[in-house]
Design a protein around this ligand. Structure first.
Ligand code: C2E
Ligand code: MG
Ligand code: MG
Ligand code: MG
Length: 286
C-alpha cells in the first residue's frame, strides 16, 4: 500500500504504534471468546454501614486470560465499550450477579443485602435494556430489591428524558440506582435532582487525601450535604484508613467500601470474610 501511494509520499511508520495496534486487535479477538471460555469472573467487594452492618457488595469484573493472566477491567472495559462487546459481557455480569443474589436470598439475615452492578453507557442505552433486566430477574426468580445499578454522570448528559424514563421503569420493578464516581463528571444539579437515585457514591479520588487536603475535605462534606438535601444515601469508595473512616463518619457518611475492609475478592473468599466479620460482631456484643 505504501508503494501504491507513490515513491514520494510521506509515510510515518512507528513500529511501536504498529505493535500496539496488533496487540489491541489480538486482545479484542480473545475478549470475544472470553465468555464462552469461562475466563470471566466476578469479584465481590463488601459494602458496610457503620450503624447497620453489611449492606452487600459491588461486583467487579475480572478477566483471567490463559497467557496474560488477570487483566484489569481498566484495560478491557474501554475496549469492550468501543467494540460493542460490553453488551454480551454486561449481560453475563447481570446474570451472574442475579444468580448470586438467589443464593443469598436463602441465607438468614441477608434479606436486605444488595449487589451493586456497574452498567456501561452503551448497555444502558440499549432500547430493550429494561426488558433484558426484567427477563434476568424473572428467570432467576430473585427479589429485584436486591439489585442496585451503578451509573456514571457522563451517561446522563444526553437524552436525559429517555434515561430518566428508563430509570423510572427499572425503579418500578424495584431496582435501585447509585451514581458512581460522583463528583468527577459534569452532571448539573438541576439534572441530578430529577434522577430517581437511591445513592451517591463519593469518588475515591476525593477520599484519598480527605484528612490532609482541605479542598478534598470540603468537596466530600459538600457531597454529603447534597445527598442529605436530595434524600439520597451516600457511600464513600476507596476507604483505606481508619482516619478516612472516622472523618467520613464524623461528617455524616456511614457507608463505606474500600481496602480497609476488603479488596474485591472471589466469592469463596467473600463468604469467609463475611463469616469472620459475623464472629467479630458477635464477639463485640458479648
Ligand atoms: P468503579 O466502579 O469505580 O470501581 C471501584 C474501583 O476501585 C475498583 O477497581 C476497585 O477495585 C477499586 N477500589 C476499591 N476500593 C479501593 C481502595 O480502597 N483503594 C483503591 N486504590 N482502589 C479501590 P477495578 O475493580 O479495577 O474496576 C475499575 C473500574 O472498571 C470500575 O470502577 C468500573 O468502572 C469498571 N468495571 C468493573 N467491573 C465492571 C463491570 O462489570 N461492568 C462495567 N461496565 N464496568 C466495570
Ligand atoms: Mg462502581
Ligand atoms: Mg466508582
Ligand atoms: Mg472509580
Amino acid at each position: 500500500q505504501a508503494k501504491a501511494a507513490g515513491r514520494n509520499a510521506i509515510r510515518f511508520f512507528d513500529p511501536a504504534m504498529q505493535i500496539a495496534l496488533e496487540e489491541n486487535a489480538a486482545m479484542l479477538a480473545e475478549l470475544h471468546q472470553a465468555i464462552d471460555n469461562g475466563e470471566l469472573e466476578l469479584f465481590y467487594q463488601i459494602q458496610i454501614d457503620e450503624t447497620k452492618g453489611i449492606q452487600g457488595a459491588e461486583v467487579l469484573l475480572r478477566w483471567f486470560h490463559p497467557i496474560r493472566g488477570m487483566v484489569s477491567p481498566l484495560d478491557f472495559i474501554p475496549m469492550a465499550e468501543e467494540s460493542g462487546l460490553i453488551i454480551p459481557i454486561g449481560r453475563w455480569v447481570l446474570e451472574s450477579a442475579c444468580h448470586q443474589l438467589k443464593v443469598w436470598e436463602n441465607i438468614p439475615n441477608r434479606e436486605n443485602w444488595q449487589i451493586s452492578v456497574n452498567v456501561s453507557a452503551l448497555q444502558f442505552q440499549q432500547e430493550n435494556f429494561v426488558e433484558i433486566v426484567q427477563e434476568i430477574i424473572l428467570s432467576n426468580n430473585i427479589n429485584p430489591h436486591g439489585l442496585k445499578l451503578e451509573l456514571t454522570e457522563s451517561m446522563v448528559l444526553d437524552n436525559v428524558d429517555i434515561i430518566i424514563e428508563k430509570m423510572h421503569q427499572l425503579n418500578q420493578l424495584g431496582i435501585d440506582f447509585s451514581m458512581d464516581d460522583f463528583g468527577t463528571g459534569y452532571s448539573s444539579l438541576s439534572c441530578l435532582k430529577r434522577l430517581p437515585l437511591k445513592q451517591l457514591k463519593i469518588d475515591q479520588s476525593f477520599v484519598r487525601d480527605i484528612t490532609t487536603d482541605p479542598d478534598d475535605a470540603a468537596i466530600v462534606q459538600t457531597i454529603i450535604n447534597l445527598s442529605n438535601s436530595l434524600k439520597y444515601d451516600v457511600i464513600a469508595e476507596g476507604v483505606e484508613t481508619q482516619e478516612q473512616r472516622q472523618f467520613l463518619f464524623n461528617n455524616g457518611c456511614s457507608q463505606y467500601q474500600g481496602y480497609l475492609f476488603s479488596r474485591p475478592v472471589p466469592i469463596a473468599e467473600f463468604e469467609e470474610l463475611v463469616s469472620s466479620m459475623s464472629v467479630n460482631f458477635a464477639a463485640a456484643l458479648d
